[in-house]
Design a binder for this molecule. Structure first.
Ligand code: SF4
Ligand code: SF4
Length: 128
């Protein structure tokens, strides 16, 4: 796997104008990790967009992005964060993968699309 993808912890995917959404279970887990109630988590760290609950953006990055470049809630971060950038959405959409690869230095420069798809499927099978 490292030959195809190895996260460089550059933090690029934690920056932007929005973040991933959190399931109710993830909200509970993160709140517990931070010794907060779910209501306190929502008030201090989240933003509600229609039915989506996302993490707040502060200074252009997720509120949980640390000054050391690491995720402050790494142990309990949302599934979408753990899975990124090996997202099933790239299966059958090579252009989508190339767009992600352009922003993510974790992919080997010579990684082939077919090998990345195989990796995505393998991770899905083991529940990653
Ligand atoms: S952009 Fe890629 S290499 Fe950088 S932190 Fe995100 S997954 Fe890791
Ligand atoms: S929860 Fe952590 S990994 Fe996910 S976007 Fe925020 S800082 Fe990045």
């Amino acid at each position: 796997m490292e030959e195809i993808f190895s996260c460089k912890c550059c933090g690029h995917c934690c920056h932007g104008t929005s973040t991933v959404s959190m399931t109710p279970e993830e909200q509970e887990r993160i709140a517990s990790f931070l010794n907060l109630t779910k209501e306190q988590l929502l008030e201090k760290f989240c933003v509600v967009k229609d039915s989506r609950v996302e993490m707040q953006i502060v200074d252009g990055h997720c509120i949980f992005y640390g000054e050391d470049g690491l995720c402050k809630i790494h142990d309990v971060k949302p599934f979408q964060c753990r899975r990124w950038p090996l997202h099933p959405g790239i299966l059958g959409d090579e252009a989508a993968w190339r767009a992600i690869k352009a922003d993510c230095p974790g992919f080997d420069e010579y990684a082939e699309y077919e090998d990345v798809c195989r990796l995505v499927k393998e991770r899905a099978e083991v529940g990653c």
